[in-house]
Ligand binder design. Sequence first.
Ligand code: BTN
Length: 271
Amino acid sequence: MKRDPRIDEEYFLSLLRTKRFGHGSYFLDTIDSTNTFARSVALRGAQEGTLVFAEHQTAGRGRWGRVWYSHKGKSISFSLIVRPKIRFTHVHHLTLMAATSLSEVLANKFRIQPQLQWPNDVYLGEKKVAGILTEAQSNGKKIMFAVIGMGMNVNQTAEDFSIALQSKATSLRLYCGKKIERVSLLVDLLYQLEDDYDRLCSRGFDFVLHRWVRRNRVLGKSVALQTLSGTWRGQVIGFHSNGGLVFLDHQGKEKIFTHGEIIEVKYAIGH
Ligand code: BTN
């Protein structure tokens, strides 16, 4: 069987159109986790925009301690170092921004309509295609740096996923019915991420939130929400201006969550 080629760094650089993102880069064959590697180079002073890309991760991390599988030569798995001047409590803005950037790139490039599940999951139809794990290092209330880790299933076939994952995960190839050139997708993604990040830093979170909300798949739905204080069931009734989820629990009490994750989406209330 023909092996999928690895991304060639020189070719990547020849296509790159950003001002900073990706200009310093590490292209690795195998690493435990690009987020862990990025954190260590950020601690040693790596500049904003430094990219850590890996063809394969042996201990890729998802949110809530989950494992993230990166199929060799078929995924896009990378971490990006940023040094925003925002409060530590606003780190989740970066996650929502990255999910928005990614979904818009996919929409424009492939004429598809990805949807977002709060806060970080990118869906095609009923299956997840990508996720984001943002990890930050603080210095009191400020952020020293943040690592935006992105994992996307690109050229996997159904057999690449375990039986358990086949009902929950998809790839761009499976959804679009064609093989995708990863390098051009990566380059487009970095361009969009840089533009959105610069605007987030200069104009604030509002313009990201509107675009995120437009693509959400959870408004009005009955959901299960995993949080540090336990799992909550109720209805999503809106989104707060700080990116939080506005939620109505079973007692009819309104709650706003800025941390947590929707783990199950059911039906639209009243349908
Ligand atoms: C999730 O959906 O829970 C988030 C998945 C994030 C996976 C990416 S792959 C690149 C980066 N390195 C990691 O170890 N995790 C993120």
